[in-house]
Design a protein around this ligand. Structure first.
Ligand SMILES: Cc1ncc(COP(=O)(O)O)c(C=O)c1O
Length: 427
């Protein structure tokens, strides 16, 4: 397994950032290795043309590269049929696609079950696309940050047509037992959708083994380019679903008053696709495969174990963090606060813009900007999981999230910097 320093050599951005810069915002987006940048550059330099449409060599080459990218990425997530992988812009669009195509077909009285630990992209599409009278229910979490299985069973019933859950929480780091959740959903006769935006980049994910009906993820969170994402779907379901967007390529025939849809996956890929993005993501998959997904997971587990240990040993009394304490069930995500700012302390709108200390608490935005001065990049805010931050009784947190180029010394620097902030604000 390569060391994090060796990995960094493959990422040009670390040359420009210079030594000692700790990029700890990988849950938001990841950096790109040289091989990904070269693959994109190579497409535009040597193959650029539109796919499917041209009866000339360049277009046939581009179509072929696009197909090979689809096959490689579908293979990476354990699907044997490349046509079950639809290219989208990102996980958000993938989830909108399912919520729109499947959700619109539900009837008043039906229910969709999600959880309180979802990212907005697995909440808002349901609010947007479900017809009137279809109920959106939420599974709760327990006090340790796990999905509450009693609440899951309580909310599941004969009306639950769809269960859509996150695999790894982008705020708590909780890794849900996707296989078990899928089994329970299927036993109930529900369709099971998995939001893999934080799991596909960080651990081996196999759709056949999990048994999910759909899996959504984003390229940019797994060393690939921005603007490309994927939706895996079970072929029987995809074939029966109406399209999401209309336009070129998704049709076979168009008349004045109606159209005949193309086959899957083209039915769901209206317009000119992001061919360079797909090729770049395929190169990212090759990079991750050569590092080994088991190794990615082991590396991050080691970093989160060290993080939790350093937190326990920390002298900062006000330090609070969220999520499971067992690294076996937790990804490389550490959300924390220095003191607690609850929604009732201040109107959340004010807090979003403020820079202040409330009692012994330091606003997460101030934590992030202080850390930035020490060349540590963390995110602060609600992390697009407002129902969860409110459930935790806070308006925001700071969040460090790791990847293969992070090292134990990044964790040590993080804690030193957190201590510096606590001292500065409390002196
Ligand atoms: C769990 C989870 N789901 C979905 C998304 C949405 O990803 P994107 O913004 O790439 O569509 C994110 C992004 O942070 C996420 O963490």
């Amino acid at each position: 397994m390569l060391t994090s320093d060796e990995v960094k050599q493959d990422f040009p951005i670390f040359e420009s950032l210079g030594d000692g810069y700790a990029y700890l915002d990988n849950a938001a987006t990841t950096h790109k290795p040289r091989s990904v940048l070269e693959a994109i550059n190579d497409f535009y330099s040597n193959q650029n043309s539109n796919v499917y449409r041209g009866i000339y060599r360049l277009s046939e080459d581009a179509t072929d590269s696009y197909y090979r990218a689809r096959r490689n990425i579908s293979d990476f997530i354990g699907s044997r049929n490349p046509d079950t992988l639809i290219f989208t812009r990102n996980a958000t669009e993938s989830l909108n696609l399912v919520a729109s195509s499947l959700g619109r077909g539900l009837k008043a009285g039906d229910e969709v079950l999600i959880s309180i630990m979802e990212h907005h992209s697995n909440i808002v599409p349901w609010q947007l696309w479900l017809p009137e009278g279809v109920k959106l229910r939420y599974v709760d979490i327990d006090s340790d940050g796990y999905l509450d299985m009693e609440s899951f069973q309580d909310n599941l019933n004969g009306r639950t047509k769809i269960v859509s859950l996150v695999h790894e929480s982008n705020l708590l780091g909780t890794i849900n037992d996707a296989r078990e959740l899928s089994r329970i959903a299927h036993d109930n006769g529900s369709i099971f959708i998995l939001d893999g935006a934080q799991s596909v980049p960080h651990m081996p994910v196999d759709v056949e083994r999990i048994g999910c009906d759909f899996l959504a993820f984003s390229g940019h969170k797994m060393l690939g380019p921005m603007g490309i994402g994927c939706l895996y779907g079970r072929m029987e379901l995809l074939e029966g679903m109406p399209p999401f967007l209309g336009g070129g390529e998704m049709i076979r025939e168009v008349y004045r008053d109606r159209s005949v849809w193309n086959d899957v996956p083209q039915k769901f890929e209206a317009g000119t696709p992001n061919v360079a993005g797909a090729i770049g993501l395929s190169a990212a998959v090759n990079y991750l495969r050569s590092y080994g997904m088991e190794n990615v997971r082991a590396h991050e587990k080691n970093l989160i174990r060290k993080t939790l240990k350093m937190e326990e040993e920390s002298k900062i009394n006000e330090l609070v963090s969220y999520g499971p304490r067992n690294p076996d069930n937790r990804g490389g995500i550490f959300s924390f606060n220095i003191g607690k700012i609850s929604p009732i302390d201040l109107e959340s709108e004010m807090l979003e813009q403020s820079s202040m200390k409330i009692g012994s608490a330091v606003h997460p935005h101030d934590v992030a900007s202080s850390l930035d001065r020490e060349r540590i990049a963390v995110r602060s805010g609600h992390h697009c999981a407002m129902p969860l931050t409110h459930r935790l009784g806070v308006v925001a947190t700071s969040r460090a999230s790791y990847y293969i180029y992070n090292s134990e010394s990044d964790v040590e620097n993080l804690f030193q910097a957190i201590e510096n902030v606590a001292v500065k604000y409390h002196e």
